[in-house]
Design a protein around this ligand. Structure first.
Ligand code: ADP
Length: 358
């Protein structure tokens, strides 16, 4: 292979046609038979070198074309991804908006509804008591109470109310997720200490992480210009996913450090179930989840991806099935003017890296 680019010219006294053909078929580029004039040999050598150089140039051109084609494919995939995210963003913003008002309405009314129902039960009880005090015959009242199972209503009311409240809380959390996915909430960026955010996220998740060995290998970081609430939400999503992946017990390692003078990283590694290759491709799609209904919305990673790319950073995943997963967030410490504006508008910037590390 090292010699494949060297031109070969057979210079020989064997002039028969068959031998010539055999020589050329064996890979010779030219065949000169004796006797020859030295100028002919020179001319043929020059021609041979010229074709070699040309073919080399052609090969290089082919390589750079192939590279350009690959880049084009990647850009196209990113554009499609961006379009998909943008139209989904609009769709989701609409749903979040429509759901928000009725949910607030139900949440507000639920409280009064329960209070009114309790007042009515109380009024009935007092009325019955009064009748007894007056020495009235209460047998019909008692029969009605038994028929309507009024004694159970008070107890039922509490558990019904608890169920409704739980449903409402789940729905409002979902709407909050949808709103942040569609970037309806956009506070300003400021200089933040990511490790403070990480630590407070861990303390919020304390109950969730019980039984899991959380190992911190944190290197102090410079302040990072970001929307701290959004970046914390990313940590929250990644750590809760890691907790889901390891189950009751397992190890989650959280590392931080500097990539270079202007970039920091936070890495969350778990030794959980890992991710199947076919799921890896779809991980960052909104609503992609492998969790049971009620346990996953499939929004966590798509929100996280949007947040980190709007900050000019990268969210990269590495995983083999059965061997855990590593999610790595890289962020620039300083925003450019352009990025600051994009962040304020909520744009997804161009040139996103493919988040899946193969
Ligand atoms: P959700 O957690 O609601 O399902 P996400 O967008 O956060 O939504 O995650 C999408 C899917 O990615 C999860 O359902 C899960 O299959 C997979 N996933 C995310 N993080 C991990 C992890 N650390 N280990 C294994 N699978 C993961």
């Amino acid at each position: 292979p090292e010699l494949s680019r060297v031109g070969v010219m057979l210079v020989t006294s064997k002039a028969e046609r068959d031998l010539k053909i055999e020589g050329l078929e064996l890979g010779a580029d030219d065949y000169v038979t004796m006797p020859f004039h030295p100028r002919e040999l020179l001319a043929r050598t020059r021609a041979l070198i010229r074709t070699r150089v040309l073919s080399q140039q052609l090969e290089e051109r082919g390589d750079s074309l192939a590279r350009a084609l690959a880049e084009l494919g990647e850009t196209q995939a990113q554009l499609v991804h961006r379009e998909k995210m943008a139209s989904l963003g609009q769709f989701v913003a609409g749903i979040a908006h429509e759901l928000n008002n009725p949910l607030n309405f139900v949440q507000g009314n639920l409280h009064f509804l329960a209070r009114h129902a309790r007042s009515m039960l109380e009024a009935i009880a007092r009325y019955e008591e009064m009748m007894r005090e007056l020495g009235a015959d209460t047998s019909r009242i008692d029969a009605t109470r038994a028929e309507l199972r009024l004694d159970d209503v008070g107890e039922d009311l509490d558990s019904l109310l608890e169920g409704c409240t739980e449903g409402i809380v789940r729905s409002t959390t979902l709407v909050a997720d949808l709103k942040s996915f569609s970037r309806l909430d956009r506070p300003d960026a400021s200089m933040a200490n990511l490790l403070d955010g990480l630590r407070s996220t861990l303390s919020v998740l304390r109950d969730r992480l019980r039984g899991i060995d959380v190992q911190l290998e944190l290197e102090e970081l410079p302040l990072v210009e970001c929307i701290a609430g959004q970046v914390n939400q990313v940590f929250m999503n990644l750590i809760s996913n890691a907790a889901d992946a390891v189950g009751e017990s397992g190890v989650i390692r959280i590392r931080s450090g500097q990539v270079d003078d202007d970039h920091v990283f936070v890495e969350i590694e778990d030794d959980g179930c890992g991710i199947e290759p076919e799921n890896l491709e779809r991980l960052f799609e909104p609503f992609f989840t492998t969790k049971d209904v009620g346990h996953g919305t499939g929004l966590g990673l798509s929100i996280s991806y949007g947040v980190i790319s709007r900050h000019g950073g990268q969210l990269i995943v590495r995983s083999e099935p059965g061997e855990g997963a590593v999610f790595r967030v890289e962020l620039p410490t300083r925003s450019s003017e352009e990025r600051r504006e994009a962040l304020a508008r909520g744009d997804v910037p161009a040139g996103l890296e493919d988040p899946v590390e193969r």
